[in-house]
Write a protein that binds this ligand. Structure first.
Ligand SMILES: CC(C)(COP(=O)(O)OP(=O)(O)OC[C@H]1O[C@@H](n2cnc3c(N)ncnc32)[C@H](O)[C@@H]1OP(=O)(O)O)[C@@H](O)C(=O)NCCC(=O)NCCS
Length: 172
């Protein structure tokens, strides 16, 4: 059994080996391959181990959001995944909270994530809000309209900026 609350650790490395340890190596564990999007690697990794086995992960990468001439430092959250046999026990809540606690110390104004439409209620339950109107994101051939919902959470207190927003990097 996993003790409660789960103990989240900063992972020294996170490669496909660690992802496969969590998922069992299923193809397309996030269900986003169909979008054809290119994604940004994450810079910081948070995980939970259960008797030594990695069972949950959340990744963070610093990104920038532009609205008009304004630029905001943003903590991009991605790679949130829990082992199939460990779901429903609060591990996603725990790794997301740990990642956002870390992001608060980096000067990011908001957390930002993209997810499948069916995941939106989960993140809203965790206090995230939909970015009205979505975002443009960078891709190898130039900016595109992100087809997936975007959600944000405040880190430095302010509301998400009004206006057409663009992520000045690949999405995470
Ligand atoms: C999505 C995923 C990470 C959730 O993991 P999990 O360990 O089951 O999530 P948790 O148990 O931490 O649930 C978090 C909270 O969301 C709630 N929740 C779960 N599904 C919900 C839904 N459909 N609507 C509203 N709330 C929901 C849970 O009740 C829990 O709330 P609580 O802490 O107040 O009890 C897991 O299903 C997974 O790895 N899926 C495959 C990969 C994936 O899609 N990742 C998301 C990428 S954006």
């Amino acid at each position: 059994m996993i003790s409660s609350p789960p103990s989240v650790i900063r992972l020294a490395q996170y490669t496909t080996t660690e992802l496969d340890e969590i998922t069992g190596g299923v193809p397309d564990p996030f269900g986003v391959a169909g979008t054809g999007l290119t994604w940004l690697p994450k810079e910081a990794h948070f995980g939970v181990r259960d008797h030594g086995r990695l069972v949950a992960h959340a990744g963070l990468v610093r990104v920038t959001v532009a609205v008009g001439a304004a630029r905001s430092p943003v903590a991009g959250l991605g790679g949130v995944v829990v082992a199939p046999d460990a779901r429903g026990r609060g591990l996603a809540r725990a790794v997301v909270a740990a990642a956002m606690a870390h992001a608060r110390d980096t000067g990011a104004e908001y957390g930002l994530l993209f997810c499948l439409p069916e995941r939106v209620p989960l993140y809203e339950h965790l206090g995230w809000r939909l970015v009205d109107g979505g975002l443009d994101v960078e891709q190898p051939d130039g900016p595109v309209r992100m087809p997936l919902p975007a959600l944000w959470t405040p880190l430095a207190g302010g509301a998400w900026p009004a206006g057409r927003a663009a992520l000045l990097s690949l999405p995470m």
